[in-house]
Design a protein. Structure first.
Lengths: 274, 306
């Protein structure tokens, strides 16, 4: 990527972080920490990787993205709006009475493939989509974003067994590995280490990267499949609350919503230096 | 019923390339022909019902009509949230097929007894809930399930059930069939108790009591008109099912309670009492009071009560 291209992704990421902060503030909503940890992943996907057309959201040849960690809805809606799937003005109605923008990812929103919120559902669905494409020789790809806490769910591991058995190399998982789950650190609640070795033992092709380094993200996502005949997994090391100093690595920001003063400070922090 | 189902599915798959079949590592001596004929549309996903249902949802989102196949509660309860969120909420053409409905796997024990499945399935959004009463209904309803867009639950018995319908009934989604016309009462049956209901009606006729038999294989959407017509015409209703509370009896009671018709009504169903000893389906039915003689006794008690 050229510096200009990297800068345009960074601008996109800054915009969607700001949107998500305003959205959760306006309705006193939760889950800003998880939104911020996923912001750079979504930005690289929507600016550089996904072959999607906002004018034709149902186009059969489109790449599919399933955000299985459905509590990250705010940042996904922000990304979809910035990518042109619906007007940015809709974001102001997030979680308001009558808004399509529900607090967990909803397929009633243009550009969303699958409603999620209960964890452990996205990867099996992604396997089904990838299997359909594989068996019919279609070229679109399937991407699934999982949280780390979500990997506690056994249904994921059923799918992790399934995908390599069926050689679903059109399937890519991105783990948003921010090390903090709903009620504690991953290490304390249910340790996932060694995570890369686990995926590799299940016969996935795995890479670990810095999930906030746009070059690394773009490098990994543009190389999939890493190996022909194998599904790919990108373990993206991230920081919960990334970009806002007082939110970073704080469990409380899984739940809290910023006050007016906190919002103003957060917006200043996520802004790109001009 | 199992044989009628798989024969019908093979025919449907011959005609419609969108039809896929997933199984959870069960189906020995049943699914082999489909697997051999349509290998690209068949997957044994392994012993993993949550994944099976999620995969079915992903395939259906890709334009397929997907049948998932397993036994008793496995394709229903083990993956209930996948059915609710992934299949029903997205209104996908996933057709869940369970063999061994009710106490069909009698001696196998409570883990293999589907006694609550209809109650659960019939309240889910967009779900069509079907429990055919014989191989003829199975054929008709398997076709109807494939043709109707959206989620469907098809609860089958096992193999070797007798044919009850002499000819093809006008049965379908939301459409019950009257097998026998009487005026003293109506026995409404869903699923594998249809033969029992017919036997009871014959026995009642010998005693000079003429009752209707209404086969109600579709619990959602329910044929409410048929229920109300039976209540008005015959004034006494007995429901019977190889299933616990919450199934046919509850569905019929909901219709009657909200109507201005108040017939004599008794719901015969399995008790919420898991098996503690082995037994055949017939022996277990007897222990739960689900027999043709018990239907006779129940209908007569309604007649005497007045």
């Amino acid at each position: 990527m050229t510096p200009v291209e990297t800068h345009s992704i960074a601008q996109f990421a800054a915009k969607i972080r700001a949107h998500a902060l305003r959205m959760v503030h306006s309705v006193n909503a939760s889950h800003i920490g998880t939104s911020l940890s996923m912001a750079d992943i979504l930005s690289v996907l929507y600016v550089r990787v996904l072959r999607v057309d906002p004018a034709r959201p149902d186009c059969p040849e489109r790449d599919r993205l399933i955000v299985s960690k459905g509590h990250g809805a705010a940042i996904l809606y922000a990304a979809l709006a910035e990518r042109g799937f619906f007007p940015v003005e809709w974001l102001a109605d997030y979680c308001q009475d009558g808004s399509k923008l529900m607090g967990h990812v909803s397929h009633h929103v243009p550009g969303v493939e699958v409603s999620t919120g209960s964890l452990g559902h996205g990867l099996p669905i992604g396997c089904g989509m990838a299997l359909a494409a594989k068996r019919e020789g279609q070229l679109h790809r399937v991407f699934v974003i999982l949280s780390d806490g979500e990997l506690d769910e056994g249904s994921n591991w059923e799918a992790v067994l399934f995908a390599p058995h069926h050689q679903l190399d059109n399937l890519t998982v991105i783990v948003d590995y921010n090390q903090i789950q709903s009620f504690g650190s991953v290490k304390d609640v249910l340790d996932l280490t060694p995570l890369q070795a686990k995926w590799e033992a299940f016969r996935w092709s795995a890479k670990e990267i810095d999930g906030h380094d746009l070059m690394q993200l773009e490098g990994a996502l543009s190389q999939v499949p890493f190996e022909t005949g194998k599904p790919s997994v990108i373990i993206a090391h991230t920081v919960k609350g990334k970009g806002v100093s007082f939110m970073e690595n704080q469990l409380a920001w899984h739940y809290k919503s910023p006050s007016k003063e906190q919002l103003e400070q957060a917006l200043r922090e996520v802004e790109l230096p001009s | 019923m199992r044989t009628a189902f798989i024969d019908t599915l093979n025919e449907l798959a011959e005609q419609d390339e969108r039809i896929w079949l997933l199984c959870g590592d069960l189906g020995f001596s049943v699914l082999e022909r489909f697997a051999a004929r349509f290998p690209k549309r068949y997957v044994n996903v392994g012993v993993a019902e949550q994944n099976m249902t999620g995969i079915a949802a992903g395939l259906a989102m890709s334009g397929k009509i997907v049948f998932t196949y397993s036994i008793a509660n496995f394709p229903v309860m083990r993956c209930l949230e996948q059915i609710r969120n992934d299949v029903c909420y997205h209104n996908l053409s996933v057709k869940i097929v369970a063999v061994g409905g009710g106490l069909a796997y009698g001696y196998a024990g409570y883990t293999h007894h589907a006694m609550e499945d209809l109650a659960i399935m019939r309240v889910l959004p967009n779900m069509t809930t079907l429990a055919p009463g014989d191989p003829v209904e199975t054929r008709l309803l398997a076709k109807a399930a494939a043709a109707r867009p959206g989620p469907c639950y098809l609860r089958l018995g096992k193999a070797g059930e007798p044919v009850i319908h002499a000819s093809e009934p006008a049965i379908g989604i939301g459409k019950a069939a009257l097998l026998r016309q009487g005026d003293a009462g109506t026995v409404i049956s869903t699923g594998g108790t249809l033969g029992m209901a017919m036997k009871a009606a014959a026995d009642l006729a010998e005693r000079g009591v003429s009752v209707s038999v209404l086969s109600m294989p579709c619990l959602s959407p329910l044929d409410t008109n048929a229920v109300l017509a039976a209540a008005q015409a015959t004034r006494r209703i007995v429901t019977v099912e190889d299933h616990g509370v919450g199934g046919l009896g509850s569905a019929v009671a909901e219709v009657l309670a909200a109507s201005s018709v108040h017939p004599g009504f008794i719901a015969m169903h399995l008790q919420p009492r898991p098996a503690v000893v082995a037994g055949s389906q017939a022996a277990m039915h007897a222990a739960h009071g689900i027999t043709s003689s018990e239907i006779v006794r129940t209908m007569l008690s309604l007649c005497e009560y007045e």
